[in-house]
Ligand binder design. Structure first.
Ligand SMILES: [Zn+2]
Length: 284
């Protein structure tokens, strides 16, 4: 049972309230029980800076008490399992191909980016976590292109600075071969707009409950970064087995994990985040 959010006289009063309140006690993302989202305008920011350690323990507590919804802990469990599998691939656990290990090293980069994104999400840096997800998305698309053409991989080994290996060209090449890129143009654009491009919107939006400086606990922000990290990792699970010539039993296990992850896909993405959040809030 969530606490009732008080009525606020103005934005300052609401901001002050959320500075001290534990948002997970009030906000129920699953059923959307929250009165109003502060609309950010250029103004001074709340001066309170929370500790990362406190936010991390609140996040862990919230997860264990289903405050992030019932599916979030399941998604984290599957994500851990998938990252573990990618770690095995990156470190030749099931056999070494004896090549130059470039694919294995790209998988390693993806593992590290995903672990770092999860860590940042847990301590309340959601926008920054998305920046890592965006880099992960580039790695994932490149691996996808390699899985479609071994020739491309050979060319990349000798000259990865070429224009054809820029993120947009990689995406176009995947599309040209008739496949759907793991990260589409619109998805990449949304990640960039929220996390990387220094636009006016970039200055004002945040996954926190308002314009706070420093880390902040926000259920929707965490669910979004979790979903985005999950998607990148899930995509790669579908191709790394064949791409790194894993033994057939390992490839079967990876396929099974991919199917299991498909069942837990979150409906929240960076593309529909604002619309979904608004709809949830308006329906409450
Ligand atoms: Zn090796």
């Amino acid at each position: 049972m969530k606490k009732k959010t008080p009525e606020f006289k103005n934005e300052d009063a609401e901001r002050k309230f959320w500075t001290n309140a534990d948002s997970t006690k009030y906000l129920d993302w699953q059923s959307g029980k929250r009165k109003k989202l502060v609309q950010l305008r250029p103004r001074h920011l709340a001066a309170v800076r929370l500790s990362e350690g406190n936010i991390e323990s609140s996040t862990e507590n919230g997860l264990s008490r289903s405050q992030f919804g019932a599916r979030a802990p399941l998604m984290i469990e599957l994500l851990d399992k998938a990252i573990e599998r990618l770690t095995e691939v990156a470190s030749c656990k099931h056999g070494c191909r004896g090549q130059d290990h470039t694919v294995e090293n790209l998988v390693r980069r993806l593992v590290n980016l995903s672990l770092a994104a999860l860590k940042l999400s847990k301590v309340g840096y959601y926008d920054e976590a998305l920046l890592l997800v965006r880099s992960g998305a580039e790695v994932a698309n490149l691996l996808q292109l390699f899985s479609l053409s071994r020739d491309v991989h050979t060319r990349w080994r000798t000259n990865s600075e070429e224009r054809e290996f820029r993120p947009v060209q990689v995406r176009l090449a995947i599309e040209k071969s008739g496949s759907q890129p793991f990260t589409s143009a619109s998805h990449y654009k949304a990640l960039s707009a929220r996390a990387a491009h220094t636009t006016h919107e970039f200055a004002l939006t945040s996954h926190g409950e308002g314009g706070h400086v420093g880390p902040w606990l926000a259920v929707p922000g965490f669910l979004l970064t979790l979903a985005e990290t999950f998607e990148i990792v899930r995509s790669c699970i579908s191709i790394v087995g064949a791409l790194t010539d894993q033994p057939s039993e390992v490839q079967s296990e990876l396929s099974a994990l991919f199917e299991e992850m498909a069942k837990e896909r979150s409906p929240i993405t960076v593309e529909n985040y604002v619309t979904a959040l608004r709809a949830t809030l308006e329906s409450s």
